[in-house]
Design a protein around this ligand. Structure first.
Ligand code: ACO
Length: 328
């Protein structure tokens, strides 16, 4: 009988510090009305100088572990979807492994920006479905506010920091678990959203790299166009491959980048408001953290229940995009 990768626990973590749109308007030429209308964001959480990605990842991971009743030493895998790890190396997943005391787990990071959780879940689920691993902790986390230019109003208003985590376990004889994933990419669009400094092409230590920005560059309109198409593309393909109709989806949990992008995707799929989960108003775009943080809140609010069919979809720098359909 085939093995299914089932979510058995959820966790989350966000920094305590809240930054409202009015707070932003004090440091850059923007206003609450513009941000709400164009993005749906009211406020976001922001790390202090002392907080980093692993702090959020560890807290979210610990909660998912506890809620699933898993002992750290029983974990086989820790997969962290992030593009804002504490360091270029070691991986953030190894910092999580040590903090949780998961002494029998393999650990690695997956770099797929705002689609990091979609990619990470699929990788971990495939490893579980192969029968070689039984219990995996999958964390999506980013701290993009550490890399925004606070004088660039077209990007700094969009991002927030946050993490979410799921415990995935191999179950036999169940219809729960991951049903279908599509993963897609188009490197031709790499130029539209990037952070180029600090890697091997433009090392921080190289004085000739000083022209490259240490902050996020984004062509908002190009990314917007791409995002609207990518969300529809990934969902349609996932549904086709699963031989399902959009009406069979009980809850749609999209990457929380912009309310207009979410509404456009939901409309194309013909999904009513009550099937669409939104928390971009509270957190902004938390990149890899966005989808698992939304799953966590949907569960806490009683909107996500065991047995429901959930579709998640994400897009981001790469360019990358993808969707998961799962029975919770
Ligand atoms: N406050 C006030 N005015 C602003 C702001 C701001 N924060 N930002 C831009 N404006 C102004 C512009 O200067 C422009 O003024 P002008 O008409 O006088 O030139 C006007 O508002 C309109 O600007 P646009 O860029 O056309 O605004 P748009 O409606 O496209 O919204 C936005 C911009 C919100 C960035 C949108 O393009 C978007 O959401 N893009 C997608 C971004 C995204 O999802 N990125 C995440 C990718 S995932 C990852 O990998 C991290």
């Amino acid at each position: 009988m085939s093995i299914r990768a089932v979510i058995t626990g959820l966790g989350h973590a966000v920094p305590d510090k809240v930054m409202t749109n009015d707070d932003l308007a004090k440091i850059v030429d923007t206003n609450d009305e513009w941000i709400r209308q164009r993005t749906g964001i009211h406020e976001r959480r922001v790390c202090t100088d002392d907080e980093a990605t692993s702090d959020l990842a560890i807290a979210a991971g610990r909660e998912a572990l506890e809620r699933s009743g898993t002992k750290p030493e029983d974990l086989c895998l820790i997969v962290v979807g992030t593009v804002t790890g504490d360091y270029p190396f070691p991986s953030t997943s190894c910092l999580v492994q040590e903090a949780l005391g998961a002494k029998n787990a393999g650990a690695f990071d997956v770099g797929a920006a705002c689609a990091g959780f979609i990619y990470s879940v699929d990788v971990a689920a495939a490893m579980i479905e192969s029968g070689r691993y039984e219990k995996a902790l999958v964390i999506g986390v980013d701290t993009l506010t550490k890399f925004v230019d606070w004088t660039d109003r077209s990007t700094c208003v969009l991002f927030g920091d946050g993490a979410g985590a799921v415990m995935l376990e191999g179950h036999h004889g169940t219809d729960r678990g991951l049903i279908k994933t599509v993963l897609l990419s188009d490197g031709a669009g790499a130029e539209h959203i990037s952070l180029k400094k600090g890697g091997s092409r433009h090392p921080l230590s190289d004085p000739q790299s000083s022209d490259e920005s240490s902050n996020i560059y984004m062509n908002g309109q190009e990314v917007y166009r791409f995002a609207v198409g990518a969300m529809g593309d990934a969902c349609t393909r996932a549904l086709e491959e699963a031989e399902m109709r959009a009406s069979e989806i009980d809850l749609f949990v999209p990457h929380q980048a912009n309310i207009r992008i979410i509404n456009s995707a939901a409309e194309k799929l013909g999904l009513p408001d009550e099937k669409v989960f939104i928390n971009v108003d509270k957190y902004g775009n938390t990149s890899g953290g966005s989808i698992p943080l939304a799953l966590y809140e949907a569960y806490e609010e009683g909107r996500l229940k065991e047995g429901m069919v959930v579709m998640t979809v994400g897009f981001g720098a790469g360019l990358v995009w993808g969707a998961n359909i799962l029975r919770f």
